[in-house]
Design a binder for this molecule. Structure first.
Ligand code: NAP
Length: 270
């Protein structure tokens, strides 16, 4: 599996999202484990997902596999005060049946001053409860502010909505992250289940003996780590194989034309 760095560490280019995985628990556990075996070692979850039920499911799925994965979770903005962040992290660790997270993110900008949240995250790093911290759904101005508050090299990633029909972040957010060495993690790479039909994707997929979703992941993975959510073994294995798909420059250009960048006034958030 090809990798990209987050906080200086190699992380699988195609990881596994877990939003809404609480439905069909046994199948989801099996899919997550199959994904890890296939090299999808970046697992993304959040205290929000299923009100904690998804973290519990991930904890079950990672039984015996914890040391092979890069485990990421997120604190809800309303919980991200100095004390609240520490409390939320403890609860996530318990549900995930682990003593540390590899990455802990602020889920989106919220009511608590970012200085407080960052200080709490730094404390968790000192305590060995998290190895890196990051943010999610921060636009170009917010990421500049986060980088200023946290200091050089401290914000490990920014997790953002990124799929073929929603390439807004390519305009200013990805360049801002790149300026500060902040890894970009693209969420909802299949448009959260609304995957487009396209002759361009069909043709490229046929040429590579691949699927259109694999082509989409390969296109997005040029600029970001991607974390599709798949609750079946077959889907997971299909997505894992996308990490090895290299698109020719003319194929990238054709996709670029079929799914043009449409800058918006505000960062798209799901
Ligand atoms: P997504 O990954 O864009 O799409 C998920 C949908 O695609 C599911 O219906 C899944 O079906 C289907 N799918 C996956 N692989 C497939 C395949 N190979 N063939 C056919 N269908 C396939 O949606 P998402 O869950 O919104 O986003 C992914 C992850 O990003 C989330 O799970 C979460 O971890 C993260 N996220 C973060 C934020 C944030 O604010 N930071 C927001 C949204 C999402 P099955 O489940 O049946 O396999």
């Amino acid at each position: 599996m090809r990798t990209r760095t987050i906080g200086g560490e190699s992380v699988a280019l195609v990881g596994q999202g877990t939003w809404q995985m609480e439905h069909g628990r046994a199948r989801a556990v099996d899919a997550l484990r199959a994904g890890v075996d296939a090299g999808m070692t970046h697992i993304d979850t959040a205290e929000m997902y299923g009100g904690g039920a998804v973290e519990a499911l991930v904890g079950e799925a990672l039984e015996g596999l914890r040391d092979r994965v890069f485990l990421a979770s997120k604190v809800l903005p309303q919980n991200a005060s100095a004390r609240g962040t520490a409390r939320a992290c403890e609860a996530s660790l318990r549900r995930l049946r682990t003593d540390r997270l590899d990455l802990y993110m602020l889920h989106w900008p919220g009511p608590h001053p970012l200085e407080q949240t960052v200080a709490a995250l730094e404390r968790l790093v000192e305590q060995g409860k998290i190895r890196h911290f990051g943010v999610s759904n921060f636009d170009e101005n917010e990421i500049e502010e986060a980088a200023r508050i946290a200091g050089p090299g401290r914000v490990a990633c920014n997790q953002l909505c990124y799929h073929l029909a929603e390439r807004h972040i390519e305009q200013a957010v990805i360049p801002a992250c790149e300026r500060h060495g902040i890894a970009v993690v693209g969420y909802s790479p299949f448009g959260s289940g609304r995957f487009p039909r396209s002759r361009v994707l069909d043709d490229i997929a046929a040429r590579h003996d691949a699927t259109t979703r694999q082509v989409a992941l390969a296109f997005l993975a040029r600029r970001a780590l991607v974390i599709p959510k798949a609750a079946s073994r077959a889907h997971v294995l299909e997505n894992a194989a996308a990490a090895d798909l290299a698109l020719a420059p003319e194929e990238v250009a054709a996709i670029d034309e079929a799914f043009p960048l449409r800058p918006r006034t505000q960062l798209p958030i799901i």
